[in-house]
Design a protein around this ligand. Structure first.
Ligand code: M6R
Length: 600
């Protein structure tokens, strides 16, 4: 979602900000802007639409060695130039960018700003106008800033320029991600280290409730009440090439192709000296102490959790429930006596998950985050973390993070089973290595899936995916992948449910994809495909090698049935990719979506 980049130093800020915002494009946005400050003036440029448009709108001669930039994903007010950040106070003294949501903006307006004419529909403008209001009453800018922060309810990451103090940027954070970066010619502030990796790999974390006064040579961190905080920098373990497309036309395709490598990397990271899969001792103990696991996640990560439940129950014998994070608070299940909450989140920043995390921590429950983002909010705030080691995932459509999540959940299940002294009837290490090879084979068959997209999806308005048992969870993911990037209305169904309603939607030519990887339900699934074919559906069977017949055109390389979701999802990822490509969609940045969903 929204992204922030700020710079203060000796270089011109314009390109640093615009390049940084481009690096944050993957998060999803609908408008963008920058403010450049020099000794006498602050110039603001904002545009609805892409950064490229903003770049074109910034005057060639625009100057300033201090500046803040922002990509906005609309929450309060439509995407427009007026609602884009940065926002300025009425006098133009203060200029501000903000990520997050201010929940009491209306109350604050009524209490303090009745006489102030607002220029935008945003909650953000309230912040900058409040700062001006308090400063005009005689407070120093810093005190006005802190007083305003003390009044805000909700989430924020903020960068503030003050025309009367061009030698500093004021920065604050509450629940929304923000980092400080240190470079040889100045300091930066960014929502994500990726934005400023070209300048530095040295970063200082910011914690909730902290304020930073950033100058070109110093980083002064303090608590909201002014108490100084000292914190050492860390080296961001990001490789600049990880965030480049290289020779690929899209990040999504690159990330699909990286999956075999990610599998092998996970096997390496989660192996002990004796060559046994294992997880960190703290996590092992937490699972051991728990009488039930509650997986909480959203979107693709929720789909990974559904597959994970199968591992945890079938391999490790641990009762597991899987919940959609945004529903959890209203539909909270009766909790067991010793629950362990497992948050699955690629970004580690998903607000719906965080809200549950905060609640269950207050209740004193044990928590584990499975994430791709070390240092992310969910990772920092949970008791334990397991990292995916998938490398940055830039495309909005999650691919390699999904398979990494499933692989890691399988390792957790194997570790728990081994800890209980269970003898497994398969060698998990060998089977995961076979999965990596199978993924490679599937990635080499791109032409087949491109053709499948042409044959089935080039002019359809909807598509159905059916599966049974664990294949049901995979087809839910297949449908999400297709709909989010190609805008074809797609649904994943438990095949047995079709006849209870959905089959009414089948017309001549409706594409129905059936996944068959589980021997015990293969016959039923074939029957369901025949039922829809008899009603005109254009059916496509994707089946594992051991269950294929001579008529099956799309046969998956054989992997252990436990691990089939890791291989069987790959054709669907490719199918979605090519369907979106053929329809001329923006594959990596689908409309209305954000990579990191930091609002509830
Ligand atoms: O970062 P998270 O894993 O918490 O994100 C959860 C969902 O927003 C995410 O998986 C979303 O569904 C993806 N766009 C799917 O491709």
């Amino acid at each position: 979602m929204c992204g922030i980049v700020g710079y203060i130093g000796t270089e011109q800020a314009k390109d640093i900000l615009l390049n940084g915002l481009e690096r944050l494009e993957y998060r999803g946005y609908d408008s963008a802007g920058i403010a450049l400050m020099n000794a006498t003036n602050v110039e603001v440029y904002k545009e609805k639409g892409r950064i490229a448009k903003l770049r074109g709108a910034v005057a060639e001669e625009a100057e300033g060695t201090t500046g803040i930039g922002h990509t906005r994903w609309a929450t309060h007010g439509v995407p427009s130039q007026e609602n884009a950040h940065p926002h300025q106070s009425t006098s133009g003294r203060f200029t501000l960018v903000h990520n997050g949501v201010i929940e009491n903006d209306q109350e604050l307006k009524e209490a303090y700003l009745l006489d102030v004419g607002m220029k935008s529909e945003t909650d953000t403008e309230v912040i900058v106008q409040l700062i001006e209001q308090f400063a005009s009453e005689g407070l120093s800018a810093e005190t006005a800033f802190r007083k305003t922060l003390g009044l805000l309810q909700g989430s924020y990451a903020i960068g503030l320029l003050d025309k009367e103090a061009p030698e500093r940027i004021l920065v604050a954070k509450q629940k929304s991600p923000l980092l400080i970066g240190l470079s040889s010619h100045g300091n930066v502030v960014a929502s994500d280290a990726m934005a400023t990796l070209a300048l530095t790999d040295q970063y200082v974390e910011m914690m909730d409730g902290e304020v930073v006064i950033l100058t070109k040579g110093e980083v002064n961190i303090s608590a909201l009440d002014g108490t100084p905080v000292s914190r050492a920098p860390y080296t961001a373990e990001l490789d600049a090439t990880d965030i480049e497309k290289g020779t690929y036309p899209h990040f999504m395709l690159k990330e699909i192709d990286e999956q075999p490598l990610v599998m092998r990397r996970i096997i390496q990271h989660y192996q002990d000296d004796a060559g046994r899969l294992k997880v960190d001792e703290g996590v092992r103990q937490a699972v051991k102490l728990a009488d039930r696991l509650y997986i909480v996640a959203c979107g693709t990560s929720w789909h990974a959790g559904l597959v994970g439940k199968q591992f945890l129950e079938n391999i490790a014998g641990v009762p597991t429930e899987v919940h959609i994070a945004s529903e959890f608070s209203y539909n909270r299940p009766l909790l067991s006596e010793r629950p362990l909450f497992v948050f699955i989140s690629q970004s580690g920043e998903t607000a719906d998950c965080r809200s549950v995390l905060v609640d269950v921590k207050q209740l004193g429950h044990s928590t584990l985050t499975i994430t791709n983002s070390p240092g992310s909010t969910l990772s920092r705030e949970a008791d334990h973390t397991l990292l995916l080691h998938a490398g940055p995932e830039i495309a909005v459509a999650s691919t390699k993070a999904y398979t990494a999540q499933i692989a890691l959940l399988s390792i957790l299940a194997v570790d728990v089973a081994q800890g209980k002294g269970a003898t497994l009837d398969f060698d998990p290490l060998k089977e995961l290595a076979i999965v990596a090879n199978a993924m490679e084979v599937l990635c080499d068959e791109k032409d087949d899936y491109e053709q499948m997209a042409r044959d089935y999806l080039s002019d359809t308005r909807n598509a159905f995916f059916i599966g049974r048992a664990v294949d049901y969870y995979v087809v839910m993911e297949a449908a999400l992948k297709l709909k989010e990037i190609s805008y074809i209305q797609a649904e994943g169904f438990a095949a047995g449910e079709l006849k209870h309603g959905t089959i009414a939607l089948i017309e001549d030519g409706t594409p129905v994809f059936g996944l068959i990887s589980q021997p015990h339900v293969a016959g039923h699934l074939r029957g369901n495909l025949q039922e829809v074919a008899a009603r005109g559906a254009h059916t496509c069977t994707i089946v594992t090698h051991d269950l294929a017949t001579t008529n099956d055109a799309h046969v998956l390389p054989e992997v252990h049935p436990h691990y089939s979701p890791l291989a069987s999802v790959v054709p669907f990822q490719l199918l979605a990719y090519y369907a979106a490509l053929h329809r001329g969609c923006d594959v990596d940045k689908p409309r209305n979506l954000a990579k990191s969903v930091t609002v509830e």
